[in-house]
Design a protein around this ligand. Sequence first.
Ligand code: ADP
Length: 440
Amino acid sequence: MSDLWRLLLLLLATATIGLLTGHTLAFVSIGLLIYIFWLRKRIEELRDCLRDRNPANEDAFTGVLYDILAEFDRVRRHHHDRDKKLLAQLKRFQIAAMAIPDAVVLLGKHGSIDWANHRAGEYLGIQWPRDDGQRISNLLRAPELSRLIQNPPSAQSDDRLEMALSHNRDRYLEFRVVPYGNDQRLLVARDVTEIRQTSNMRRDFIANASHELRTPLTVIAGYLESIENDEDTTPVSAWKQIIGKMRTHTLRMQRLIDDLLKLSSLESVRSGEHREEVAVSELLSSIFNEAKVLSGDEEHIFYLETDTRLWLKGDQQGLYSAFSNLVFNAVQYTPARGVIRIRWHENDRGACMEVIDSGEGIATEHIPRLTERFYRVDKGRSRDQGGTGLGLAIVKHALANHGATLEIDSQPGKGSRFSCQFTKARLVRKQAPDEASISA
Ligand code: ADP
């Protein structure tokens, strides 16, 4: 029976008794009270039924209460289905994440382990769920890695760390940390042992071959020089020309071998290995003087603007290689009486060493490839000027060893700007007697 009919029947019955007894209002009120109490009891029964989910009681309800129960059941079934689907999805995701060939660790606040896949056990010794909630810094004692986890790179930058962990020195891992959600991090470790071995083999081969070539070349160059200079053995003019050419080419080969050796030695340096404090201003002023000599009678106009208080934590030799290559390139690729400006100054990202020239410039399509070994815009021109095609590759490696980057801006016919950008972490501020020095 519907609730409305039940109520109407009750009101009719109580009103009839009221009319017969002459107390209509009193009987109707009593009837309504009885209905309210009955309804309250039914609602309590409904609550108990919903709470216990006792299906035996479900048939005991009719009307609106039955509708409420049916609606509740529908919503509950919907949630149940959704939970099942989510659980299945989560399981699928976990199986997929477990199958990833790299180690994956999800880190919560303060670097606590939220989840890890099987590979994390093999590579990092992190076992899931045994290490749930443990701080990763307690399990992997590597300060560089802790630093990377605490200060992960921004989404734009691509900062990776390559190292072997103390428990397995033979396996080289490349670590990446990706921040996500609310102060959470995703740590991914990839095994790069084979890639590293191949690149080490290539580097060692080039270094060994260059070493082997160096000695015979020095001997040949020496003999050629003595033949050319020795009064007694001064060759006839036809030979003189040939010997002159042989000397030029031998010198070129020597320069090439020197650059190859420099490049392999820069490649074998681990980033952050050198931590001496380098007086960049002094280094630049000696390069500045060498550049003036190299310019010779080309009469380039040089400017040197340096902040003498700014020093760098790094490797003096590596920085010399990087800066001198950029400055000497500017001399080589800037016509006579062109302007060459060398700057060393602080900026919002750290500090920057710039070489700006008013030379021939470089077309945009060449710029991304300039730091590749042996890449030249004009091969013949570079060779004629004594270039090896390795200068900018040396610059790139020397800078990478200092966590620095090379930025190139250039416009054909207008000139070029090569900027070496160093991070704040590498800077050392010294008390300087004089402010920024400017020389010309
Ligand atoms: P190279 O020994 O040929 O100079 P680098 O690696 O130093 O080799 O430079 C690669 C190429 O980049 C050069 O061949 C030249 O074409 C171009 N280049 C480098 N510096 C400059 C510059 N300041 N102005 C114009 N072109 C440049």
